[in-house]
Design a protein around this ligand. Structure first.
Ligand code: BG6
Length: 300
């Protein structure tokens, strides 16, 4: 995005939004208000950290994450769009779509009367995106940094043909120790276990972790709570516009094969993803929009 336009938007933020790092090459925004501090990369419009004052960060971002145009950042809230998971094309394109691999534009910064900050980002189709996915679109992402963190992705089909979308707000949450947490809210909910030949299973128990876990839960719109007794804290993840939730931890072997994953980092993260996938893929007629949103907060 052009630097004068970005600087002009930040000048209106009463000093609550600043540029960090090598601003011209890879802008990262620091948002700081009376509630919290957050960092957001323009690359992928990816929230990297969100810390309510006096609390630990709610998000996990790898110390070895790569900050380079075209590379997905490991951590925070990557936006997976317009496909979730592996690409179905031959030869296959990058997993989880291209929205997380492009620079977005900052469209506006608003300060609310309750002290929260709202940043709006946008991404539209270009010749480059049309080579990957031959459709017109507008993506708008509203990030609200307040007592809670809210991220709302509005996707609009600007094409003359209908499109089918799968997507996720792939939230990496920071936890004290993966083997000690429990996730509640998905008991007795059917899921596909992608590590067990896509078997469809369900369990009456809270989710606990003792191995790699990669599950797609169906027909679930309710919030989940991550109980982290060591710190102690509970993280609530609520969502709208999504009937699938993905729960992921790569554990030792898979994470050790990812160059951008800290050694041992799998112990301090879990992904709980507001998703549109499987039978919850989104059909958008020309001109139609869909909003996928998630809110992350700590509760006592
Ligand atoms: C999760 C998937 O959403 O993302 C996993 O369920 C995948 O299968 C993980 O490994 C990470 O994907 P990536 O492309 O960011 O390494």
């Amino acid at each position: 995005m052009n630097m004068p336009a970005l600087s002009a938007l930040l000048a209106n933020s009463a000093g609550r939004v600043m540029l960090l790092g090598d601003a011209a090459a890879y802008p990262i925004l620091l948002v700081e208000n009376s509630h919290a501090r957050a960092r957001i990369a323009l690359h992928g419009a990816q929230v990297l950290s969100f810390q309510v004052h006096g609390e630990q960060d709610l998000l996990w971002t790898s110390e070895s994450a790569v900050y380079r145009e075209g590379a997905a950042i490991r951590g925070g809230i990557p936006i997976c769009w317009p496909w979730f998971g592996p690409s179905l094309q031959m030869p296959p394109l990058q997993a989880h779509g291209f929205a997380r691999n492009h620079f977005w534009s900052l469209a506006s910064v608003l300060e609310q009367s309750d002290g929260s900050s709202v940043l709006n980002f946008s991404l539209t189709d270009t010749a480059q995106t049309r080579q990957l996915w031959p459709h017109g679109f507008i993506l708008s992402l509203a990030v609200v940094v307040g007592r809670n963190l809210s991220v709302s992705l509005t996707m609009t089909n600007t094409d003359s043909l209908p499109v089918q979308i799968t997507a996720a707000l792939h939230t990496y949450l920071r936890v004290s120790e993966i083997s000690r947490i429990a996730i509640r809210g998905l008991e007795n909910t059917r899921y596909i276990d992608t590590l067990a030949a896509n078997a469809v299973l369900s369990s009456p128990e809270a989710i606990t972790f003792a191995a790699e876990t990669d599950r797609i839960y169906f027909d679930c719109e309710d919030e989940v709570v991550i109980d982290d007794p060591l710190w102690p804290r509970k993280i609530k993840v609520a969502k709208t516009g999504s009937r699938t939730t993905v729960v992921w931890n790569p554990w030792v072997e898979k994470s050790s094969k990812m160059a951008d994953f800290d050694r041992g980092g799998y112990q301090n993260m879990v992904c709980v993803e507001a998703t549109n996938a499987a039978d919850d893929s989104i059909a958008l007629a020309p001109g139609e929009s869909h909003c996928l949103a998630t809110t992350v907060s700590s509760i006592s």
